[in-house]
Design a protein around this ligand. Structure first.
Ligand code: NAP
Length: 472
C-alpha cells in the first residue's frame, strides 16, 4: 500500500530540510553560528506549521495538548537548570527522543492500520516491520544509554567504569541476537497487529544493550558518549520518520545522526580514542581507571593576585587556558576584561581551548563568545600547543584534566593518551582552583600543581580574576 504524500507538504519539508543543512553549515564557525541558529529556527517553524496544518496522524487538540504539557515541563526545567548541569540535561533529553521512538514503533506494531502499514494478507508490511524493529532498537538503546549517562554525569551513579567480565562477548552476542530477531520478525508468517513476540524481544534486548554499552565508560570519556548518544537519538528520530511517513523527520533525524557521528569522531580523535571501541562500549577502561590522586604531601607554592598581576603585566605573551571551573564561577566576563587590560599593557594574549574542556562540546567557545572575546584570540589545541615553549605565562583558570601531563606519561592514568596542553613548557604557570584537594573530572592528581614554575592561586575563579584586575 502506497502512502500518498501531499506535494505541498513534500515541498515544505524539503525547504525545512534545506534550512537545517544551512543551519549546520552556519554552526561550523562561531562567527556564523547565530545566523545558523536562525535558519534552524525557521526550518523548524516551517516543519511544525506544516505538521499542524496536515496533522494526519493525531487530531489538533491532541497535538496542542501534548505540546502544552511537554513544552510547559521543558520551559520550567530550562529556566531552573544551572549552566553546569547542561550535559546531564542534554543526556536526559536524548533519553526522551529514544523513548518516543520506542513508543511510536510500539504504537505502529499494535495498530498498524492507523499507520497505513497493514498488508493485504493481514500482516504488517515486511519493510515496515524492519523499520519498526530497527526504530525501536535504536530508540531503546538511546533511552537506556542516556539514562545511564545522565546518572553518571549527575552523580547519581559512580563515574568510574563498571567492567563486566567478557563484556565484549556479551555485547556482541546481544547485538547479533537483536539483528537476528529483527530479520526473523521481518520474514515471520504471523505478523499481524501485536502478534509476533520477536518484536518485544528486540525491544527488551535493546534496552539491555544500551545499559551494557554505557556502564563501562567512565572518567574523562563521557563527552564522547554524550555526543554519540546525540547521534543515536538522531537515527531514532529518522526511524520514527519512516514509520510515520514523515520526510521532515527522516531528514532531520539523519542530519542529527550524521552530524552527531561526525562530532563523536572528531572528539575521539581529540581524545586519542578509537571510534570503533567507543561504539563497542568500554573504551579507555582497560587500565582499570587507576592512577588516582595519591594522598602524599608534596611541596607547592601559593601565589597571590598581586603576583599574577605583576608577572603578567611584565610578560611578553600570556596563554589563558579556561576549563570547567571558569564555567562554574561564570568568570568569562572578568577574564575578557583582564585580557583587555593586559593587551593595553602590550602583552600578547591568547586563549587556548581544549576540545573536551568544560562539560560539553564547545562549552568554552560559547562562554568566551558570550563575553565577546574576539574569535582571532581563541585557538584550538593543535594550533597553539607549540607556542607554550615561547610563552611567558600559562594562566590556567578552572581547567585541570586538559593540562594534566599524566595523560602523556602515566599509562595507568584514566586520561592516558588524551592530548593535553604542554603548559609545563611555559616559564611561569598560574593555576586557579578553589582548593588543593579538589580534582578534575577524571579524579586524578596533577603534577603541574607541584612544578617549580607553578604558583597556585587558590580561590573562586571569578573573585581571583577580579582581584587580579584590581591589582593591574
Ligand atoms: P576539570 O578537569 O573538570 O577541572 C575543573 C577544575 O575547576 C578543578 O580543578 C576544580 O578544582 C576547578 N574549579 C571548580 N569550580 C571552580 C571555581 N568556582 N573556581 C575556580 N576553580 C574551580 O576541567 P577541564 O580541564 O575543563 O576538563 C574537562 C574534563 O571534563 C575532562 O576530563 C573531560 O573529559 C570531562 N568532560 C568533558 C565534557 C565535554 O564535552 N567537554 C563532558 C563531560 C566530561 P576545585 O574543585 O579545587 O576548585
Amino acid at each position: 500500500m502506497e502512502h500518498a504524500v501531499n506535494p505541498w507538504v513534500a515541498v515544505a519539508y524539503l525547504i525545512a530540510g534545506v534550512c537545517f543543512i544551512v543551519a549546520l553549515r552556519g554552526l561550523s564557525s562561531p562567527a556564523t553560528s547565530r545566523r545558523g541558529n536562525r535558519y534552524g529556527m525557521i526550518g523548524m517553524a516551517i516543519a511544525v506549521a506544516t505538521t499542524l496544518i496536515t496533522h494526519d496522524i493525531a487530531s489538533l487538540p491532541e497535538i496542542v495538548g501534548a505540546i502544552a504539557i511537554g513544552g510547559g515541563v521543558g520551559f520550567v526545567i530550562a529556566r531552573r537548570i544551572q549552566m553546569t548541569a547542561m550535559p546531564q540535561l542534554v543526556a536526559a533529553f536524548h533519553s526522551l527522543v529514544g523513548l518516543a521512538a520506542v513508543l511510536v514503533a510500539v504504537a505502529a506494531f499494535l495498530n498498524p492500520g492507523a499507520f497505513d502499514i497493514l498488508g493485504g494478507d493481514g500482516n504488517i508490511l515486511a519493510v515496515s516491520r524492519v523499520e519498526m524493529a530497527l526504530g525501536a532498537a535504536i530508540g531503546a538503546i538511546t533511552f537506556s544509554g542516556s539514562v545511564i549517562a545522565f546518572a553518571k554525569l549527575n552523580g547519581n551513579m559512580s563515574g568510574a567504569p563498571i567492567l563486566l567480565p567478557a563484556r565484549h562477548v556479551i555485547n556482541l552476542g546481544t547485538l547479533l541476537l537483536i539483528l537476528a530477531l529483527t530479520a526473523g520478525f521481518a520474514v515471520a508468517a504471523n505478523a499481524g497487529p501485536g502478534e509476533n513476540g520477536m518484536f518485544w524481544a528486540v525491544v527488551a534486548l535493546s534496552f539491555l544493550i544500551g545499559f551494557l554499552l554505557i556502564i563501562p565508560i567512565g572518567g574523562a570519556d563521557m563527552p564522547v558518549v554524550v555526543s554519540m548518544l546525540n547521534s543515536y537519538s538522531g537515527w531514532a528520530a529518522a526511524a520514527m520518520g519512516f514509520t510515520l511517513h514523515n520526510t521532515a523527520m527522516i531528514i532531520t533525524g539523519a542530519l542529527v545522526g550524521s552530524s552527531g557521528a561526525i562530532l563523536s569522531y572528531i572528539m575521539c580523535r581529540a581524545m586519542n580514542r578509537s571510534f570503533i571501541s567507543v561504539i563497542a562500549g568500554g573504551f579507555g577502561a582497560e587500565n582499570g581507571g587507576g592512577g588516582g590522586g595519591s594522598a602524599e604531601q608534596r611541596p607547592w607554592k601559593r601565589g597571590s593576585a598581586e603576583d599574577a598581576a605583576f608577572l603578567m603585566k611584565e610578560a611578553g605573551s600570556v596563554i589563558i587556558i579556561p576549563g570547567y571551573g571558569m564555567a562554574v564561577a561564570q568568570a568569562q566576563h572578568v577574564l575578557r576584561e583582564m585580557g583587555d587590560l593586559l593587551k593595553e599593557e602590550g602583552v600578547n594574549v591568547k586563549f587556548a581551548i581544549h576540545p573536551v574542556a568544560g562539560r560539553m562540546p564547545g562549552h568554552m567557545n560559547v562562554l568566551l563568545a558570550e563575553a565577546s572575546v574576539p574569535y582571532d584570540e581563541v585557538f584550538e589545541l593543535e594550533d597553539i600547543n607549540g607556542e607554550f615553549a615561547q610563552a611567558d605565562v600559562a594562566f590556567i583558570i578552572g581547567a585541570n584534566d586538559v593540562v594534566n601531563p599524566a595523560a602523556k606519561t602515566d599509562k595507568s592514568s584514566p586520561i592516558y593518551g588524551m592530548p593535553v596542553f604542554d603548559v609545563d613548557k611555559a616559564k611561569t604557570i598560574f593555576f586557579i582552583k578553589r582548593s588543593m584537594g579538589g580534582q578534575g573530572y577524571a579524579g586524578v592528581d596533577n603534577d603541574v600543581f607541584y612544578m617549580d614554575q607553578t604558583m597556585m592561586l587558590l580561590g573562586d575563579a571569578k573573585k581571583m580574576v577580579e582581584e587580579i584586575i584590581k591589582a593591574l
